[in-house]
Design a protein around this ligand. Structure first.
Ligand code: HEC
Length: 133
């Protein structure tokens, strides 16, 4: 009897649980979209200057520090998927290496670590943002 009561409760309550979960996800996705937008423009500056081999100018440093500042906001995103969190952690790890390379003014390390950061964008997008593939 008790079992049936619990079972009934689960059956009745489960659609509400699903609904709550998806509305949380809608909020998380809005936050992600906003952060992505903020990191996009400084990221383009970094890419353009890196493409010209400029790794040490004040402009490169400005774009890099803006990019790091915005991208680090992804650390505050609480995504329900373990896979998403793994992609995110990997990006934040590569971001730190990039930041350190810029501070040390080591061109080759900057070049490589920027490439690594860009690879992490593509990895996550290939799963979570199919449009960006
Ligand atoms: C952990 C996952 C993840 C990582 C890492 C990631 N992104 Fe995203 N990105 C997303 C998701 C999810 C969206 C879709 C957001 C939405 O519109 O709801 C998105 C959207 C975007 C958009 C908007 C594009 C469009 O056409 O809608 C840009 C620009 C963007 N990301 C840039 C970047 C850059 C640059 C990096 C790497 C530095 C990066 N992203 C890393 C998950 C990620």
């Amino acid at each position: 009897m008790k079992f049936i009561f619990v079972l009934n409760f689960l059956i009745i309550a489960s659609p509400f649980a699903v609904e709550r979960k998806s509305s949380e996800l809608v909020e998380v996705n809005k936050k992600i979209a906003a952060i992505m937008g903020m990191m996009h423009l400084p990221g383009m500056g970094v890419s353009t200057l890196a493409g010209k081999g400029d790794y040490k100018s004040k402009y490169f440093k400005q774009a890099s520090s803006d990019f790091v500042l915005q991208t680090r906001k992804m650390a505050t995103v609480k995504h329900p998927d373990k896979a998403f969190r793994a992609f995110n952690d990997e990006m934040l790890k590569c971001l730190k290496t990039f930041e350190e390379a810029v501070a040390a003014e080591k061109s080759e390390e900057i070049r490589q670590s920027w490439k690594a950061v860009m690879t992490t964008c593509q990895s996550c997008h290939s799963v979570y943002h199919a449009k960006q593939k």
